[in-house]
Design a protein around this ligand. Structure first.
Ligand code: ZN
Ligand code: MN
Length: 484
C-alpha cells in the first residue's frame, strides 16, 4: 500500500521593528527579563493600544513580495483565551479581515536539503498561502525545577502569521518552504527570521492516507520545533509513525504532539479537543485600517525578490542558473558579486572566483562574506589582470591567495613579486627565435608533422622567460614561425 502525505504549515515570524506592536517598548532579544514592559504590554486594566505603523507596512510588504491580495480594509480582533503568558486573557490578532490573503512562496532547488536536491518531486513548485495576518506575540514562560518564570519582554512583539494551503507533500518540501520563506523575509528586511532566537516559529499539520483514499487522514499537529532541520526530522518521524499505525490497522485521531529533539521523536501532548472557541470580536480600542496609504509607501521600497534576482543574474551577467542560485542565496554574497560584476568585462569569471576560490578561502578562514578581506573592486581588478594577459591564470591563483592573506591590491602584489606575465610580442618573438635556433631537431620534427614537438618548444620558451611569457601568445608565435 502506498500512502500520500499532506502537510500544511503555520509560521509565526517576529517583525523587525524598533518598538512593540501596540506600545513604545523596545523590541530587543536577550535583554534583562521584564525590563521592556509598560502597562499596555503587561495588559493592565484600562491601558490603550496604539498601532505600530511600521509593523503594518512590513506585513503589507511581505504580502506584495509573495504576490498576495492586500485587503483594502483590515481590522484587529480579540482572540479570547486564558493562559499565564497572556494576562489580558485575549491576544490582539486578526480574524476575518487579515491584511493579506492568497499569494504563494516559490521553492527553489537550493532551498531543499542538500541530500534531496537531486531528487525534487516538483521542480519550481509554488506553495500557495491562505493568508498572512498580524498579531502580537505573548510573553515567554521559563520552566524551572519547581517554579515558572514569565518574561514579558516578548509580549507585544509584532508577529506575522503565515498560513499555507495543505499542499506540501514531503518533509523535504516543508524544509524548502521554510528556507525559501526565511530568505524572502530577510531580503525584505522584514524579519531576521532566526529560528534559534524564536523569531521564526513553525507549527506543522500533517496527515497521511492510502493513495486510494480521497479524504484526508486525521490531522496531527506538531508544535515546538526550533530549527528548519528539526521540522524535517519531526515530519519524517511523524509520517513513518502514522503509516506504521495505519498499517497495523490502527485508527488515527486528531491530536497535538510535541517534538523531542534529543530523542528524535514526537510525543503526545493532547488528544482531540473540541475545536477552540476563541469568541473573536473586533477590538473596540483599535480602528479598522485602510491600506491605500500603506501600499503606496511600501511599493516605493519593494525589494527585488530572490527569484527575480536569480533570473536577472542569469540574464544580465550570463552566469548559469545554478551559479545564480548560489550567489542569490545569500543577500550579502549577491551584493558582493554585483559590485564586482557590474563593472567587469568578465562577470562570469567573477562568479567563478567567488564560488570556487573565495568561498573556500572564506570557509577555511571561518569568515563570512561580510568579513571578506578582498573588496569586490580588487577581485574585479584581478580578473582584469588575467583577462588582459598581464598575468596567467596560474599566477592569478597565487595573487589571489596573497590578496586574501594581506588585503593588498592585485596590482601591488604583481609589482612587488615581479610576476607580471610577459605579453610583449617583440620580446616573446625574440625568445622564440632563440629556442628554435637552439633546438633544430624538435623544430624540424614539428615541420615534418609531429605536432607534439610544439609542446617541447613551448616548454623551452617558458623556461627561458622564467615562466613569465603568456603561454597562449607563445604557442601562436612558435607555430607561425615554424610554419613560415
Ligand atoms: Zn510596552
Ligand atoms: Mn497566531
Amino acid at each position: 500500500m502506498r500512502y500520500l502525505t499532506t502537510i500544511g504549515l503555520e509560521v509565526h515570524a517576529q517583525l523587525k521593528t524598533r518598538s512593540k506592536m501596540f506600545c513604545a517598548c523596545p523590541v530587543e532579544f536577550g535583554a534583562e527579563p521584564n525590563s521592556h514592559t509598560c502597562p499596555i504590554c503587561l495588559g493592565l486594566p484600562g491601558a490603550l493600544p496604539v498601532m505600530n505603523e511600521e509593523a503594518l507596512r512590513l506585513t503589507v510588504l511581505t504580502g506584495l513580495m509573495l504576490d498576495c491580495d492586500i485587503a483594502d480594509v483590515s481590522k484587529f480582533d480579540r482572540k479570547n483565551y486564558f493562559y499565564p503568558d497572556l494576562p489580558k486573557n485575549y491576544q490582539i490578532s486578526q480574524y476575518d479581515m487579515p491584511l493579506c490573503s492568497n499569494g504563494s512562496v516559490p521553492l527553489h532547488d537550493l532551498a531543499y536539503p542538500k541530500d534531496a536536491q537531486k531528487n525534487i518531486a516538483v521542480p519550481d513548485k509554488e506553495v500557495r498561502l491562505v493568508r498572512i495576518h498580524l498579531e502580537e506575540d505573548v510573553a515567554k514562560s521559563f520552566h524551572f525545577e519547581t517554579t515558572t518564570g514569565i518574561d514579558f519582554n516578548r509580549a507585544g512583539t509584532p508577529l506575522m502569521e503565515i498560513v499555507t494551503q495543505p499542499e506540501i507533500t514531503s518533509p523535504e518540501e516543508a524544509f524548502a518552504f521554510l528556507t525559501s520563506l526565511k530568505q524572502i523575509l530577510i531580503y525584505g528586511g522584514v524579519s531576521d527570521a532566526d529560528m534559534e532566537k524564536g523569531q521564526l516559529r513553525c507549527d506543522c499539520n500533517v496527515s497521511v492516507r492510502p493513495e486510494t483514499q480521497t479524504e484526508l487522514g486525521a490531522k496531527i499537529e506538531i508544535k515546538n520545533m526550533n530549527s528548519i532541520s528539526g521540522v524535517r526530522h519531526a515530519l519524517t518521524y511523524e509520517v513513518a509513525r502514522q503509516i506504521e499505525a495505519l498499517g497495523r490497522g490502527e485508527k488515527l485521531e486528531q491530536e497535538t504532539r510535541g517534538w523531542d529533539d534529543v530523542m528524535g521523536e514526537t510525543f503526545l501532548m493532547r488528544t482531540k479537543e473540541s475545536a477552540h472557541d476563541y469568541r473573536f470580536f473586533p477590538d473596540p480600542d483599535l480602528v479598522p485600517v485602510k491600506t491605500e496609504g500603506l501600499l503606496s509607501d511600501v511599493r516605493a521600497r519593494l525589494p527585488e525578490s530572490p527569484k527575480r534576482k536569480r533570473a536577472r543574474f542569469v540574464q544580465q551577467y550570463g552566469v548559469t542558473a545554478y551559479d545564480a542560485g548560489v550567489l542569490a542565496n545569500d543577500l550579502e554574497l549577491a551584493a558582493y558579486f554585483e559590485k564586482a560584476a557590474r563593472v567587469s568585462k568578465k562577470p562570469k569569471a567573477i562568479a567563478n572566483w567567488i564560488l570556487n576560490d573565495l568561498q573556500s578561502a572564506l570557509s577555511t578562514a571561518g569568515k563570512t562574506i561580510k568579513e571578506c578581506p578582498i573588496p569586490p573592486e580588487a577581485l574585479n581588478e584581478l580578473v582584469a589582470l588575467i583577462d588582459s594577459g598581464k598575468i596567467s591564470s596560474k599566477q592569478g591563483k597565487e595573487v589571489f591567495a596573497e590578496m586574501f592573506a594581506s588585503g593588498k591590491s592585485p596590482s601591488a602584489i604583481v609589482q612587488e613579486r615581479g610576476i607580471e606575465q610577459l605579453s610583449d610580442t617583440t620580446a616573446i618573438e625574440r625568445i622564440c627565435d632563440e629556442v628554435i635556433a637552439a633546438n633544430p631537431k624538435p623544430a624540424a620534427d614539428f615541420k615534418a608533422g609531429n605536432a607534439a614537438s610544439l609542446n617541447f618548444l613551448m616548454g623551452q620558451v617558458m623556461k627561458l622567460s622564467k615562466g613569465k611569457a603568456n603561454p597562449q601568445m607563445v604557442g601562436e608565435i612558435l607555430e607561425r614561425k615554424l610554419r613560415a
